[in-house]
Design a binder for this molecule. Structure first.
Ligand code: GSH
Length: 135
């Protein structure tokens, strides 16, 4: 399996940890999602990493879906149980972690990419507060 990845993406890091826990080797394909000439949308129309390419050539995207897919591809103890209360607890924890990442990335984009005169400090404060509550 191949993973389109960027070394700075926290979502990619999450997927790589799941792959390690599951004992699955991923071939890493360096991808710069923000590059204007990136071909990433052919594998993920949303233009985001991570995107997983299965051995059958299918593209799977959005990190929670990739994590669930990887977890289905090994015979060891499942990280995300198939059913029962523990499944919903794990999925909820993942949603919380993803929400923390969403808020942190959103604040980072505002501070690092948006022109200074167009920044919205209250937005950054709101995102940072969500990160802290989530943690
Ligand atoms: N919900 C997505 C978020 C992925 C995401 O936002 N990735 C960022 C890198 S950290 C990206 O590729 N951004 C490019 C863009 O938004 O155009 C997931 O969980 O996979």
């Amino acid at each position: 399996m191949k993973l389109r990845f960027s070394p700075t993406s926290p979502y990619v890091r999450k997927v790589r940890i799941v792959a390690l826990e599951a004992g699955i080797d991923l071939e890493l394909i360096p991808t710069a999602p923000w590059a204007p000439d990136t071909d990433l949308p052919k594998d993920n129309p949303l233009g985001k990493v991570p995107a997983l390419l299965t051995d059958g050539g299918e593209a799977i995207y959005d990190s929670p879906v990739i994590c669930e897919y990887l977890d289905s591809q090994h015979s060891g103890r499942k990280l995300i149980p198939a059913a029962g209360g523990e499944r919903w607890r794990q999925l909820c924890l993942q949603a919380l972690a993803d929400g923390i990442l969403d808020a942190a990335v959103s604040a980072r984009i505002e501070l690092a990419m948006r022109p200074e005169d167009k920044r919205w400090p209250q937005w950054v404060e709101r995102q940072n507060a969500a990160v802290l509550r989530g943690l």
